[in-house]
Design a protein around this ligand. Sequence first.
Ligand SMILES: [Cu+2]
Length: 69
Amino acid sequence: MVTTTYQVQGMTCGHCVSSVSAEVGAIPGVSDVQVDLATGRVTVTSESPLNTDTVRAAVDEAGYDLVGA
Ligand SMILES: [Cu+2]
């Protein structure tokens, strides 16, 4: 299992958290997504390292921006 932390910009409430969790959680191989609304940190647990572009696309699909990475 691999755990990677991403920084997501634009989340403001619990709905944002569930949107991001749902989109990122739908990426194949992802087993867990933890979102910290206060800091914008999204911690993703997956079977193998994820392609950052894949995560970026999922976050973008949810309506938010992946910062850095
Ligand atoms: Cu929201």
